[in-house]
Design a protein. Structure first.
Length: 197
C-alpha cells in the first residue's frame, strides 16, 4: 500500500517520501479518504514529504512538507517545521520548536510552541500558543492561552475568556512591485544654421 523511500530505522536523520497507492476497491469507493497515517507509538527521525493527506498520531523529529493540496493533521508530537503548498494544517497534539507555513488555513486545538505561523487563509486557535501569528484572518477562541505577536491583514476576533499577552497589529496586504514604464528619450530639437548672405 505505501511506498517508502529512505531508511527510517537508522538513528541518523533521513529523508522519507510517503506516497500511498490506492487499491482497486478504494478507487471504486469514492467516499473513502485516501491518506497517510502514522500511528501512536511510532517515532520517526527525519524529514517527510507527502503527496496526500497525513495524519500523525505518533512522534516525528523532522520537517513535514506536503505537495499540492495535501492536508496535515498532527495528533501526536512534531518537532520540526510544517509546510503546505495549498493545504490546511490542524494541530490537535503538539508542535514544538517549529514553524508552520500553510497555503490555506491553520487550526490549533492543541499546543503550538514554535517560532511563527504564516497562513494565506485563516488561523483559528482554541488551545495554547507562543510565537508569531500572521494571516488574513485570525480567530482566537475562549480556551486560548498564549503570548507572542499577532499580525492580521483583514479581520481578527478574540473570544471572551481567552488569556493572551500579545502585540496585535494590522498589516497591509502585500504590495506587488510593478515595473515602471520605460520613458522614451526625448528627441533633441535640431538647430539649423542660418546661412549668411
Amino acid at each position: 500500500m505505501f511506498k517508502k523511500l529512505g531508511n527510517l530505522n537508522k538513528t541518523e536523520p533521513q529523508e522519507a517520501v510517503l506516497k500511498r497507492e490506492s487499491t482497486e476497491e478504494e478507487k471504486k469507493d469514492l467516499g473513502s479518504s485516501l491518506g497517510n497515517t502514522i500511528l501512536k507509538g511510532s517515532k520517526l527521525i527525519g524529514n517527510i514529504t507527502v503527496s496526500c493527506d497525513l495524519e500523525l498520531s505518533g512522534e516525528i523529529q523532522g520537517n513535514i512538507t506536503s505537495e499540492k493540496n495535501a492536508n496535515i493533521i498532527i495528533k501526536g508530537i512534531c518537532k520540526g517545521n510544517i509546510e503546505t503548498r495549498e493545504g490546511n494544517v490542524n494541530i490537535e497534539g503538539e508542535l514544538d520548536g517549529g514553524n508552520i507555513i500553510a497555503g490555506n488555513n491553520v487550526t490549533i486545538a492543541g499546543k503550538f510552541k514554535g517560532g511563527e505561523i504564516r497562513a494565506r487563509g485563516k488561523i483559528s486557535i482554541n488551545g495554547e500558543f507562543s510565537g508569531k501569528l500572521e494571516a488574513d484572518e485570525i480567530e482566537i477562541g475562549p480556551d486560548t492561552k498564549g503570548n507572542g505577536e499577532i499580525l492580521y491583514r483583514e479581520y481578527i476576533s478574540i473570544a471572551r475568556g481567552a488569556k493572551i499577552e500579545a502585540h496585535i497589529s494590522q498589516v497591509s496586504k502585500e504590495l506587488k512591485l510593478i515595473k515602471p514604464c520605460e520613458e522614451k528619450p526625448k528627441e533633441q530639437p535640431q538647430v539649423k544654421e542660418a546661412k549668411e548672405t
